[in-house]
Design a protein around this ligand. Structure first.
Ligand code: BES
Ligand code: MN
Ligand code: ZN
Length: 492
């Protein structure tokens, strides 16, 4: 799918036209329909007279004067209920509509993305990003149908082209593509996407992009560094753990460190998950994939920041060599973890990731993890859960979520919660004392390993997969990528 910015004068008289409108009466007043033949206008007027154009409706018409030519009209819903959410969804609906109707190229006005409250450039970034996201389908393991997969060739955006808008287009494109690359990694089955494969994917980013240095620590080195958490979780699997380190930006700058949970398959270990709980657990490396591709996006956009990405990658398996409930694991920080449940494995490997992050004396640490089912129970599937040890970062994180569509909802993390994860025989227990507030006890656990550095924990379990009505293909949603990139932008 290609995008171009064109002026009103460059609009071809044979182009398919996309319009977005709040109500039927806005259709004929639309500037892109002005040049249409009287016969066509009359036809459309008749056709839409009694049509419904709510926020989910789409009308597609062929013009009587040129039957090849199509007009696609998207309803936006009530004008006074318009929000940025609708903008993201409208962009995606356009792509879905074009694919459904096998329309290969079309034009749309930049104003149709309703820029109220946004600059044209930021509206364009969001529109492009979301169109790219909607164009993604995970078909790597499917036979190509005859005639190929439905593909859109080009969408031209009618505007007043400028350097600023060109840059916005490129930004939207880059971020959208990296979200999709993240989704590709997450969707790849656990039998293929092993810790070693995930590490290879990170190394491939370093090969593609010269400004990103990638290093992968093998098991021996992980042991030597004293990462007892990573070793413990991985030891039940025949797949060796890998610790991925990515670096971008000038060494003399104080870095931001991203830490991503890279559990390539989570069976629960000896506390084996039930069948319905194990479903989709190949996506338990989504945080790691988000870190890898957020860094690729940041490097492609040449953001003037220093960013480090850390991804402990393991497989959580039950076997004769598995770690056990009751085990006491010594982490890189020296603190020990008392394992009460082998299915709370994400926090155990992240303890070492966060401990390692402290070595960079970072200005900010952000971990991204499909950490708890409890976060899904608390929030549903339309927002990530946001935690921090700094009140100010909660506000920033919420804001970044709203701005990007990678929503983040603030959760409490008061000192009292620390009592819930005190160990009996170890320093910190990997399970709360009650079954309540599971996403908070997960966060309280992680907090023990970040020292005093400013820190954000994004539990992306709620948004791990797409849901109906988001106009995105089934499977991974690529949660975390947009959040991390925007965070880096705000930290320059
Ligand atoms: N990877 C899971 C959390 C998860 C569940 C992510 C559903 C996405 C969808 C995590 O490792 C886990 O198993 N968490 C347990 C924690 C519990 C044992 C304290 C959970 O949520 O049940
Ligand atoms: Mn688990
Ligand atoms: Zn897990």
């Amino acid at each position: 799918m290609k995008f171009s910015l064109i002026t009103n004068k460059q609009v071809s008289t044979s182009a398919n036209i996309i319009l977005t409108v709040f109500s039927v009466k806005d259709v004929l007043a639309h500037p892109l329909l002005k040049p249409l033949a009287a016969e066509d206008k009359k036809y459309i007027a008749g056709a839409i007279a009694n049509a419904k154009l709510g926020r989910k409706d789409i009308l597609v018409y062929n013009l009587p004067s040129a039957p090849q030519r199509r007009i696609v009209i998207l309803g936006l819903g009530e004008k006074n209920k318009w929000s940025r959410h609708n903008l993201l969804l409208a962009a995606r609906r356009i792509v879905v509509a074009l694919k459904t109707h096998r329309i290969q190229s079309a034009i749309i006005g930049l104003d149709d993305f309703n820029t109220r409250g946004l600059t044209p450039a930021s509206a364009l970034v969001l529109a492009i990003q979301n169109m790219i996201m909607a164009s993604f389908d995970f078909v790597d393991y499917k036979a190509k149908p005859e005639g190929g997969w439905p593909e859109i060739e080009e969408i031209s955006i009618v505007c007043r082209p400028s350097k600023t808008l060109e840059r916005a287009l490129n930004e939207g494109l880059t971020i959208g593509q990296e979200v999709n690359e993240c989704r590709r990694l997450s969707n790849t089955p656990g039998g293929i996407m092993t810790p070693r494969k995930l590490a290879q994917e990170a190394l491939a980013v370093g090969k593609r992009i010269k400004s990103v240095k990638v290093k992968v620590l093998p098991e021996a080195k992980i042991k030597e560094l004293g990462m007892g958490g990573v070793i413990g979780v991985s030891q039940g699997s025949s797949e060796k753990p890998q610790f991925i380190i990515m670096e971008y930006g000038p060494v003399k700058k104080t870095p931001i460190v991203f830490v991503g949970k890279g559990v390539t398959f989570d069976t629960g270990g000896l506390n084996l998950k039930p069948s319905d709980g194990i479903y989709e657990m190949h996506m338990d490396m989504s945080g790691g994939a988000a870190v890898i591709h957020a860094i690729e996006a940041i490097a492609k956009l040449k953001l003037p920041v220093r960013v480090i990405g850390l991804v402990p990658a393991v497989e959580n398996m039950p076997s004769g060599s598995s770690y056990h409930p009751g085990d006491l694991l010594k982490t890189i920080t020296g603190k020990t973890i008392e394992i009460l449940n082998t299915d709370a494995e994400g926090r155990v490997i992240l303890a070492d990731g966060l401990g390692y992050a402290q070595r960079y004396k970072p200005s900010l640490v952000i971990d991204v993890a499909t950490l708890t089912g409890a976060a899904v129970v608390a929030l549903g599937q339309r927002t990530n859960a946001l935690f921090s040890n700094k009140e100010k970062l909660l506000r920033l994180g919420k804001d970044v979520g709203d701005a990007t569509g990678d929503y983040a909802w603030p959760m409490p993390l008061w000192e009292e919660y620390d009592d819930d994860i005190k160990g009996t025989f170890g320093d910190v227990a990997n399970l709360g004392k009650t079954r309540y507030g599971g996403s908070i006890t997960g966060a309280a656990f992680l907090k023990q390993f970040v020292g005093d550095f400013p820190w954000i924990h994004l539990d992306i379990a709620p948004m791990m997969t797409t849901i109906d009505g988001q106009y995105l293909s089934k499977g991974s949603s690529g949660a975390g990528v947009r959040f991390l990139v925007e965070m880096a932008k705000r930290f320059v």
